[in-house]
Design a protein around this ligand. Structure first.
Ligand SMILES: [Cu+2]
Length: 357
């Protein structure tokens, strides 16, 4: 029998072994369980435009799902609306889990009103991914806000990614006010000319929010074509590097000041806030900066640098600021699913059943 006392060097090795293993152990993939409802709500897209939505956790955009590469994601989805839905995890490979792809009639039967379905899959590949319904997409995704961001962090972020101080999510969509109060209808190609409201995270300017920065911040904007139109985002006073397409790091990032984001597409852009002032950031498709034909409206925000005074005539001088409108605060939190009360709609009252006999 070997006694450790007789082999002091071995005892010393063993005593430090657990600690040294801690330093070198590879990151163990986590397993996340989330619960998500789909609810009938009304969201305010613009002044006087209250739009019926089928909203994930009652909000548009849906909650932020933030996980790491290789994690197991398990989401129980409960349909509390009067119409069937599914959830497609846009960008996920679904290796050996194709039945979790969320396409009705192809990978599953739609989730009927009152029913639940649990999606389980591995989060891969990394990047700016998203989820959306796959039932009657022209209406449910196009008009009813059935989408939300899913960010899959890489195990090893790049040097550029590590510099980011403000990680923000911007989802573009369009609305047809004729169908605002008509859930179950709208969004077909024949209706296309009726798109009259254009939104950034579900609201049109001036109901959107500014991006408040300090000089020296490094911004990463994750741009999503969540609706049926192509949006051309232009940043005044700053050019940016286009670093990722559909979540994937570009082998050769390139510099630009306007970027076209089509339906389903995602682009990540990064730049330093190095030019103090107040700079608009807007969709360069001219009709997309109107509300029912009136300029300014639609897809507009403003970069506001700390220390720049609010002039009397500034459109947003009295703006009630929501620091999480682009999920910037949620992105700083630990991995998980993050709701944002600022995105909540107003629940639609269900018709009451008659009581008694
Ligand atoms: Cu749906």
């Amino acid at each position: 029998m070997i006694r450790l006392r007789s082999l002091p060097w071995l005892a010393a090795c063993l005593s430090v072994l657990p600690l040294s293993m801690l330093w070198t152990a590879p990151a163990v993939a986590a397993s996340h369980h989330f619960e998500m409802t789909i609810e009938d709500v009304t969201i305010q897209v613009a002044d006087g435009v209250n739009y019926r939505a089928f909203a994930f956790n009652g909000q548009v955009p849906g909650p932020l799902i933030h996980v790491r590469e290789g994690d197991e994601v398990n989401v129980k989805v409960t349909n509390l609306t009067a119409l069937p839905h599914t959830v497609h995890w846009h960008g996920m490979d679904q290796k050996n889990t194709w039945k979790m792809d969320g396409v009705p009639g192809i990978t599953q039967k739609a989730i009927e009103p009152g029913d639940s379905f649990t999606y389980t899959f591995i989060a891969e590949p990394t990047g700016s991914m998203w989820y959306h319904c796959h039932v009657n997409v022209h209406e449910h995704v196009g008009l009813r806000g059935m989408w939300g961001p899913m960010i899959v962090d890489p195990k090893e972020p790049t040097a550029e990614e590590k510099k980011v101080t403000r990680d923000l999510i911007m989802m573009f969509s369009t609305y047809d006010s004729r169908y605002a109060e008509k859930p179950g209808y709208g969004g077909t190609p024949m209706d296309e000319s009726g798109m009259d409201y254009f939104a950034l995270n579900g609201r049109a300017f001036p109901l959107t929010q500014p991006i408040r920065v300090e000089k020296g911040d490094v911004l990463r904007l994750r741009l999503y074509g969540a609706g049926g139109s192509t949006h051309n985002l232009h940043t005044h006073g700053h050019s940016f590097m286009v670093t990722h397409k559909d979540g994937h790091a570009l082998p050769q990032p390139y510099r630009a000041d306007t970027i076209s984001v089509g339906p389903g597409e995602r682009y990540d852009i990064m730049f330093e806030a190095n030019n103090p002032g107040r700079f608009i950031m807007h969709d360069h498709v001219d009709t997309h900066v109107t509300n029912a034909g009136q300029y300014p409206g639609g897809v507009v925000t403003v970069m506001e640098y700390a220390g720049v005074p609010m002039d009397d005539w500034y459109a947003w001088k009295d703006k009630v600021y929501d620091p999480n409108y682009f999920y910037g605060e949620s992105m700083k939190k630990p991995l998980g699913m993050h709701n944002h009360t600022g995105f909540k709609g107003v629940p639609v009252e269900k018709p009451r059943r008659r009581g008694g006999k």
